[in-house]
Design a binder for this molecule. Sequence first.
Ligand SMILES: Cc1cc2nc3c(=O)[nH]c(=O)nc-3n(C[C@H](O)[C@H](O)[C@H](O)COP(=O)(O)O)c2cc1C
Length: 396
Amino acid sequence: MFPMLRFQTAGESHGEALVATLSGVPAGLPIDQAFLDRELWRRQQGYGRGGRMRIERDTAHILSGVHHGKTIGSPIAILIQNNDWKNWQESLPVETGDPEKHKAVKSPRPGHADLAGALKYNFPEARYVLERASARETTARVAAGAIAKLLLREMGSEVLSHVIAVGTARLENAEVPWEKIAELATRDAVLLGCADADAEQRMKEQVDLVLRTGDTVGGVFEVVAHNVPPGLGTYVEWDRRLDGLLAMAVMSLQAVKAVEIGEGVSVSATLGSGAQDEIGYNRESAGKLTGFTRSSNHAGGIEGGVSNGQDILVRGYLKPISTLRRPLGSVDFATREPVKAAYERSDVCVVPAAGVAAEAMVAITLAGCALEKFGGDSVVEFKRNYEGYCQQLQKF
Ligand SMILES: Cc1cc2nc3c(=O)[nH]c(=O)nc-3n(C[C@H](O)[C@H](O)[C@H](O)COP(=O)(O)O)c2cc1C
């Protein structure tokens, strides 16, 4: 996505491992491995997860690009082992293996990539489609995103998320202070990642309901990027606009069906006078990058495709999980006769986990924009350029 920061993932849901590669990270960035593992742990949490999350204890094994605790400027490769691989070695081998042991997905599951993927790649059934389309892939994104977060911290920027809705249960006042969101991320027991205990209980009731009925739920998360300097992204070219880049990054996550920047959805029904964020100036702005102030943040920290120094707010809307314990109608790939869709162990609610994966995508996007603006082969150079820009802002 960015010439400066390139990122890819590889791996299948029941393959041996997932891999992330990230190139363009400046040399000299301290890498806290415990932080990477904590981020992976956060992605595994949330009420309504399936049996798979009890099997996996994800840890990031860094293969390259980091030595003596710091990046060396070369591509970083991270491997996350699939513990479940031991149960799949014979049915999903790299070698030809025994075809009798193959676990075919014989009827495509509505809402999954199964049918479209089988048609596209000319597979007679959907096993290989499921394997790669699965959101287990977000594990690799979270590992790469953790490195991006560490780079952003060099500018004092942080990226976290919280849950705004699960099914029909909603957090009424979604203007949650940053300190509260930061506190949520430190918890060692995650229910549904909502900042309000009453709303979270109502969200839990939604999950309990679908657990009873064999159904699933979706919801809404919000990613907040705090302390981001003004000037990331640009209006001068359509494909460098920060809002567009963030929309693509978050929309690329499995099950995200809409992305909202700030109050993008509700302001469409508001008058212009109530939808913008009025500008003020505080002459006593010691320690701040600029003295400009805002009375609100409807825009979610981005105007004209450029960060404006306010918190960046990106919401992701998740459809309900597609795999149902009471499967929907489908067709047998071989006979074309109507059958129930295949069922494979599944989550029923993933809103907090999707929020953590979206944090990674937002962090990678912002780190890419920061590298585009400040450059630097070493962190020292990156920070010097960033600090020079801060001085320029303070003199503005
Ligand atoms: C963190 C996370 C976990 C997910 N877990 C499941 C799951 O266990 N079962 C399922 O059917 N879908 C799950 N999904 C959603 C599917 O991967 C997704 O709906 C499917 O691949 C089709 O892609 P699409 O919804 O983007 O069109 C998960 C999504 C995320 C973000």
